[in-house]
Design a protein. Structure first.
Length: 406
């Protein structure tokens, strides 16, 4: 039996939800507006909240944020239930911190099923992450936007987690407007911004684990702040503290970086074993890569640490790869073919390219690349219980050391 709070200014709706969930054995309490709902959540400490949107005094989005901001209720599952069914309303719900979204009228069986799913997730103990050798830090970085940095970071982290059956951490360090939670279809509860009131030296493993949102693939996401104005509150010391705690506990730490060299970006790049630089086959992108390579050289990063990823985002008239390599005076390490439908589908559905039993052309390529990275990092043997992803990648790549497609 769980304690469920229903916040809705329509008494009939409260009665209907109470009747439906009461039959399943849950204890239900109702609140008639957002202010009352927040107050009751803080005193009663429910296991789950059903939240209406359009209410007097305080709407559902404001109430959801208030519940998330209160530490004892920060991780309580919240299901927004409303008559509004537009994309903007759904986005607003998830950005406020909701875990799920239902529209009125609803089927009682669907309501009960969704409640059961979220209660099981909330009650499931976090998987133990035993300290191990330092995990490999992989940075995805470009000085030019629109080259697929976030798509690459999400797809690669999911592939690594699925292939090697070990949780991977994804750090969304695009602190002003990061979208990794959206690309993974994950609710935003706690973010980097929740670290800022804690001195970096006092951040511990338990605090980090609380901030990580779990994806079904095994990826743990540390999300970008929801509010853009919170971006500057996160400093390099916060990044260094998070890395120091994550590396002994996770085999893979993938970072989605902004298009700059600010302190938080450099804090990650300095610790990275590998820097992936995606770029498009156009003059502006190539010049941005050249500028980044100059900075990497000045920072004394070894050439082996940097992998160039050529992303063919144009259907026609791109610069030839041979000319690009000649201009940059180095080879491209990975080529992503032009696959706009696959990419857009992954973005709009919140399903990374490497998700599912049969990834498309791009997903398969990234899966093979992640397989090769694992081999190069020393994961030469199969996991104790090889996943489907590992089996299909091993069959494609073979037993030889991983090769990259270029």
């Amino acid at each position: 039996m769980a304690r469920i709070l229903v916040v809705d200014d329509t008494p009939m709706m409260v009665q209907l939800v109470t009747l439906t969930l009461g039959k399943a054995g849950h204890e239900v309490q109702g609140a008639e507006n957002g202010l009352q709902g927040v107050a009751l959540a803080k005193t009663w400490l429910p296991d789950l909240v059903m939240m209406d949107v359009m209410m007097p005094e305080m709407d559902g989005y404001q109430a959801t944020r208030a519940i998330r901001a209160h530490p004892p209720t920060a991780l309580v599952p919240i299901i927004v239930i409303t008559a509004q069914d537009t994309l903007s309303e759904k986005m607003a719900a998830f950005e406020a911190g909701a875990d799920d979204y239902m529209t009125k009228p609803f089927e009682p069986l669907e309501l009960q099923a969704r409640v059961d799913v979220h209660l099981k997730r909330a009650l499931r103990p976090a998987a133990a992450t035993e300290p191990s050798a330092a995990g490999q830090v992989i940075a995805c970085h470009s000085l030019r936007g629109g080259t697929g940095v976030s798509t690459l970071a999400c797809g690669l982290s999911v592939a690594l987690a699925q292939l090697w059956s070990r949780p991977a951490v994804l750090l969304d360090l695009v602190l002003a407007g990061g979208h990794d939670a959206l690309l993974l279809n994950l609710p935003v509860k706690l973010t980097w911004a929740d670290l800022v009131e804690t001195p970096p030296e006092e951040i511990d493993a338990a605090m980090l684990e609380q901030l990580l949102v779990r994806h079904p693939s095994g990826v743990r996401l540390l999300a970008s702040p929801v509010r853009v104005q919170d971006a500057d509150l996160v400093v390099a010391e916060h990044v260094q503290a998070a890395l120091s705690l994550a590396q002994p506990r996770y085999d893979w730490i993938v970072a989605d970086l902004p298009h700059d060299f600010r302190d938080t970006t450099l804090a990650l790049l300095d610790r990275a074993a590998l820097i992936l630089v995606p770029f498009a086959p156009d003059l502006a992108s190539v010049r941005s890569v050249a500028a980044a390579l100059e900075v990497f050289h000045a920072l004394e990063y070894t050439p082996e640490k940097i992998h160039l990823v050529l992303n063919w985002i144009f259907p026609k008239s791109p610069l030839p790869q041979t000319e690009i390599e000649k201009a940059l005076k180095r080879k491209v390490d990975l080529v992503l073919p032009y696959q706009p439908e696959e990419t857009l589908r992954a973005i709009n559905r919140g399903e990374p390219l490497t998700t599912g039993a049969t990834p498309g052309a791009l997903g398969t390529l990234l899966e093979d690349y992640a397989f090769s990275l694992g081999r190069e990092a020393g994961a030469a043997s199969a996991p104790e219980q090889p996943s489907d992803a590992w089996r299909r990648a091993a069959q494609r790549v073979g037993k030889a050391p991983g090769t990259r497609k270029a």
